[in-house]
Ligand binder design. Sequence first.
Ligand code: FES
Length: 183
Amino acid sequence: MSTTKKEKSGGMGCLVSRRDFLMGSGAAVATMTVMVKLPGASEAQAATVAKYPRKKIGQLSKLKDDSPVTFNYPDDGANAGSVLVKLGTKAGGGIGKGQDVVAFNAVCTHQGGPLSSSYKKETKSLGACPFHLSTFDLTRHGILISGQAYQSLPQVMLEVTGDDIYAVGVMGLIFGRHDNLKS
Ligand code: FES
C-alpha cells in the first residue's frame, strides 16, 4: 500500500519505488503461484486418489507372460471390466521386478467396444476393437496405435504388497462415465 502512495506522489523517489514495486510484486506473484497452485494441486490429487478403493486383483507369482486376467474396477458397475497382464517387457506404470505388469480398463474409449479378450502378445496391445478397429499400446500407458478412438485407454494404477497386486486408482476417464467413481 505504501508503494502505491509513493507512485502517486511523483519525483525521483517515485521511479525507484515503482521499480521496487514491480520487482516486489513479481516476486509476490511468483510466491503466490507456488503457494496457491502446488499445495492445492497435491491436495486435489490426494483427495482423488483417496476416493478410489484399494482392491486386490491378483498375485505376481501367479501371472504368466501374455496371459491376461480380467477383473472389475473401481466397482462392478457399467464399463468397469478391466484387464491385468504381465507383458514380459518394461511398460509405463508397470510394477513387479521387470516393471512389466500393467492393468487397463478394457472398454474402448471411442464408443465403448469390448476389448477384454483382444490382447495381442506380438504387439503388447489391446484391440483391434470389434466396432471400429482401434488398437491401444499397453507398454505406453494405453496410447492409441491406430483406429478411430482419440483417447488413451484408462490405465488402472497398481501397487504391490508382498506378492499381492492391488488396484488403487484409474488414470483417464472410463467410457460412458462422467466420473470414474459413479457408474
Ligand atoms: S468403439 Fe472401439 S473403435 Fe469405435
